[in-house]
Design a protein around this ligand. Structure first.
Ligand SMILES: [Zn+2]
Length: 314
């Protein structure tokens, strides 16, 4: 994390946002967006995912997007992968951070990536082994991602003990960090605080932990705040809340980056992000969107009178 940052905002729009909309972004449009958002001060961007191009044509150019993103100064280039094959491609691409995703719900894991949890954990073991082989200095950060950590549309609420067990397994296998995701917008703030409190009791405070929330039922930012209260210092978000929810047409998707940055900066937490520049990036992204819906309230209301961003305060 940067020296002068209290909370790391991890933009996931070029992956999570784009993967759930119809408009195909040309490679150059993705790169314009990524460069502009990095210039606004966003320290980490998930630029794509290594998945089969026939399953997700929007992500077919991920290797090229990574290659060019790696030239952007001071940007941590992150990608997402569902399995060993994707992880191998991601490691070879030179991406700085690789999120390996699996679900806490057995049924969701099966329907999302066609694997049992045991198979996903075995993949994870091989991914760490492969990373250590080709990258003995272990510079590539491998993040263990737990989707549906609060519940899912197939299995209902996720038992906390299942999340703890899986988190411990990932760390035993060599995960450098964890990402806890409310993949389909199940969580409420009390549940979030309780889960992260329990997680830190279980794994200690030394492992970096990120959180990923959706705003499906309007609780996204409240959940992000609850995670902050529990000690989380890395949050995923999506510029313009791009992406929606594949299970609920019209529903909001990921929490909105600009609204999150406003919440953090107005509350005295430095993100290193310039909100004015971020809003220009939003315009640039919308230019390519072909009328796809976006979310967010900061864009309409603007900053309140007297607002001083923590990052700009003396
Ligand atoms: Zn998401």
């Amino acid at each position: 994390m940067g020296d002068n940052i209290d909370v790391l905002v991890h933009e996931v729009g070029p992956r999570d946002g784009l993967q759930s909309i119809k408009t195909i972004f040309p490679t150059q449009a993705k790169l314009d967006w990524i460069k502009s958002e990095a210039a606004a001060g966003v320290p980490q961007i998930q630029v794509g995912s290594f998945v089969r191009p026939d399953l997700l044509p929007q992500m077919a150019d991920t290797a090229e997007v990574v290659r060019q993103s790696l030239e952007i100064p001071d940007l941590t280039v992150a990608v997402l992968v569902p399995n060993l094959k994707g992880a191998q491609n991601a490691i070879l691409s030179g991406a700085h951070q690789i999120g390996v995703v699996m679900s806490v719900s057995q049924a969701h894991n099966k329907s999302n990536i066609n694997r049992t949890i045991a198979e996903s954990l075995e993949d994870f073991r091989k991914i760490i082994e492969y990373r250590n082989q080709v990258d003995p200095e272990r510079k590539t950060v491998i993040s263990g991602g737990l989707a549906t950590s609060f519940g899912c549309t197939i299995s209902g609420p996720a038992p906390v003990r299942d999340v703890m067990w899986q988190a411990e397994q990932l760390l035993k296998l060599g995960a450098d960090r964890l990402s806890i995701a409310d993949t389909v917008g199940f969580a409420n703030p009390r549940q979030v605080k309780d889960l992260f409190d329990e997680l830190y009791r279980t794994i200690g405070k030394d492992v970096p932990v990120g959180a990923h929330f959706h705003d499906t039922r309007g609780l996204g930012l409240a959940n992000a705040f609850a995670a902050l209260e529990a000690g989380v210092r890395e949050l995923d978000s999506c510029l313009g809340g791009l992406g929606g929810c594949p299970y609920a047409p019209g529903a909001s998707g990921n929490i909105v980056t600009e609204d999150l940055v406003f919440m953090l900066e107005s509350g005295g937490m430095k993100t290193g992000i310039d909100l004015d520049a971020l809003m220009e990036t939003r315009e640039l992204m919308i230019h390519h969107l072909n009328g796809e819906p976006t979310q967010g309230t900061f864009v309409t209301a603007g900053p309140p009178l007297g607002f001083v961003a923590a990052s700009n305060a003396a």
